[in-house]
Design a binder for this molecule. Structure first.
Ligand SMILES: NC(=O)c1ccc[n+]([C@@H]2O[C@H](COP(=O)([O-])OP(=O)(O)OC[C@H]3O[C@@H](n4cnc5c(N)ncnc54)[C@H](OP(=O)(O)O)[C@@H]3O)[C@@H](O)[C@H]2O)c1
Length: 302
């Protein structure tokens, strides 16, 4: 018994030390990266050049929330014009009228390959710099993979992952030092989730893709931020994804998620956990084995 307790205390001290120093190293790397991203020489702006913010999923939920918030702080993000992307033309038009900021609307379906040609031609046709790209279009559906079926699962992957990658590939040639890429991930990406499998996996993709892309784009001083909310109450997403009519316990408001994540985006942080639940799950995701956290998350339907 004595030997077991000796081994136990040795393990705790060795692993405790490793966790502590690796954690500290991680924090230092993040701080250095953010500082490097904040120091860049502003590229020259040619006459007639328009600095734009491209926002997918702009017709509702978080995407719309970002447009409303950013329209109040155009100078802080150095934006002249919005490009608003989603399928509902009427809702995009209404938003464009509401914000009183020059904006172009693109009523397209991002799961349809041909949609990208229109956006690409528009970028090519003018003198544009993409200073901000927010990939907010997304969908989630609860249920087992078997129940959801292949067609819907493929559509979810196309919208949540392929569309995000395609939009980044499309906009990158028009980005410059100081540009920002924002990808809407989710805390669902912090662990695997039975009963929400494809959605959680699609967000894990976004999370890791954003992490590596940030390193790749560091020399060009283009920042990448992954926003990882818990449930957001006043969105169209919640009803289909949660399978409940009422808002889950501790769900956040769109305005609060947008406000908190914009702080991280502004200071060019990598991961935004815009509520206490997101932050706690992020920490637990670093500490707990996936088969434990995944079961807790599925029970709580995080
Ligand atoms: N709400 C939450 O609880 C929550 C939590 C964590 C993460 N997230 C993530 O946050 C992001 C935004 O979600 P949300 O809450 O704002 O959802 P939402 O209210 O349902 O809005 C989704 C947006 O995406 C657009 N969209 C959907 N399908 C599209 C398609 N095929 N092509 C182009 N646009 C399409 C929708 O507009 P149209 O219908 O007009 O096309 C809408 O503007 C998503 O990536 C979601 O996974 C949400």
């Amino acid at each position: 018994m004595h030997i077991i307790s000796e081994i136990y205390s040795h393990c705790v001290s060795i692993f405790g030390n490793i966790f502590f120093w690796m954690g500290l190293l991680g924090i230092i790397i993040s701080l250095v990266e953010s500082a490097r991203l904040r120091h860049y020489r502003k590229p020259p702006v040619s006459s007639g050049m328009k600095k734009i913010a491209v926002i997918t999923g702009a017709s509702g939920g978080l995407g719309r929330g970002y447009v409303l918030a950013l329209s109040q702080q155009m100078a802080a993000f150095d934006i002249d014009e919005f490009w608003l992307i989603a399928r509902s033309e009427d809702r995009l038009n209404a938003l464009s009228d509401e914000i009183h900021v020059h904006s172009r609307i693109f009523p397209v379906d991002l799961t349809d390959e041909s949609s990208y040609g229109l956006i690409e031609r528009s970028l090519k046709s003018g003198n544009y710099q993409v200073l901000l790209l927010i990939n907010s279009a997304g969908m989630g559906l609860s249920g087992t993979s078997e129940k959801i079926g292949n067609t819907v699962e493929q559509r979810m992957i196309k919208l949540n992952d392929s569309a995000t990658v395609s939009m980044i590939q499309l906009c990158l040639p028009y980005m410059t030092a100081g540009s920002r890429i924002v990808n809407l991930a989710s805390i669902a990406g912090f662990q695997s989730m039975a009963g929400f499998n494809t959605y959680a996996a699609s967000k894990a993709f976004i999370l890791n893709y954003s992490r590596a892309l940030r390193q790749e784009l560091l020399p060009q001083k283009i920042s990448v931020t992954a926003v990882c909310p818990y449930w957001v109450r006043d969105t169209g997403f919640i009803e289909t994804a949660s399978g409940h009519q009422s808002s889950p316990f501790l769900s956040a408001k769109t305005s609060s998620v947008v406000k908190r994540s914009l702080r991280t985006i502004k200071r060019r942080g990598l991961i935004s956990t815009p509520s206490i639940v997101s932050f706690l799950d992020f920490i637990l995701g670093r500490l707990f084995p996936d088969n434990v956290l995944s079961r807790i998350a599925s029970l709580l339907r995080v």
